[in-house]
Design a protein around this ligand. Structure first.
Ligand code: PGA
Length: 244
């Protein structure tokens, strides 16, 4: 929940100008603005960037005042939607079951869900972080077919690292990403699991992106604070390109 329309426009045009000078190779760039700015982002950035929403409703359509459906997003040429971000879980009481319904809506409307999971500080300190992440994955993904799961992007975001300036070390990130990939292999198979993108999120910035992206199971980042300034966001994109 950042930026006014003018500020968002400015950011989009700076990102668009920066991307004109970059050859993205195999890097996929996704910009996920707040709902009111989605159309603006599609118009300004669509040539080189995919556009994500930050949330969608668990319902199809109808009398749900204030909600935004997956089909509305699809009609705006949005391609992705972030689902189950820890802020949604914490401040808006989103449960695994609700998150599952939202992922069903996204897939039904051919949107790629960016499904967020991750433990909080207390859970990590109690050494139950693997159990927590496993439960989030299985609670939500059980019952989905292999072809549905392969259309989902996972974002591992340790809650203690989001917006705090504390990043998971590359060892901590790799260890958890490897664990997530193993769980995904159990839900699908090894081949499918190896193709699923697992992003790291939590104070990822232009200084630490290289070390994190070098981890074999870290396929990219979900960037919060550092994406609010075009220069730092472009620098992270550049890091990804340079590692290909
Ligand atoms: P951060 O946010 O990069 O500012 O920690 C990440 C997020 O909100 O997912």
């Amino acid at each position: 929940m950042n930026k006014t329309l003018d500020e968002a426009r400015q950011l989009f045009s700076e990102i668009a100008a920066g991307l004109n000078n970059l050859h993205l190779k195999n890097t996929t760039v996704i910009v996920a603005p707040s709902h009111p700015y989605l159309n603006e982002a599609v118009t300004t950035l669509k040539q080189k960037v995919k556009i994500a929403a930050q949330n969608c409703s668990e319902y199809d359509n109808g009398a749900y005042t204030g909600e935004v459906s997956a089909s509305m997003l699809k009609s705006l040429a949005v391609t992705h939607v972030i689902i189950g971000h820890s802020e949604r879980r914490n401040f808006f009481n989103e449960t695994n079951q609700l998150i599952k319904q939202k992922i069903i809506q996204a897939l039904k409307n051919n949107l790629c869900p960016i499904f967020c999971i991750g433990e909080n500080l207390e859970q990590r300190n109690s050494n139950i972080h693997f159990d927590v992440v496993k439960l989030q994955l299985t609670d939500v993904l059980n019952g989905f077919s292999k072809s549905e799961i392969e259309n989902i992007v996972i974002a591992y975001e340790p809650v203690w690292a989001i917006g705090t300036g504390v990043t998971a070390s590359s060892e901590q990130a790799q260890e958890m990403h490897q664990f997530i990939r193993k769980q995904l292999a159990l839900l699908t198979d090894e081949n499918t699991s190896s193709e699923i993108s697992i992003l790291y999120g939590g104070s990822c910035n232009e200084k630490n992106a290289r070390e994190l992206f070098l981890c074999p199971d870290v396929d990219g980042g979900l960037i919060g604070g550092a994406s609010l300034k075009a220069n730092s966001f472009l620098s992270i994109i550049n890091t990804s390109i340079s590692l290909q």
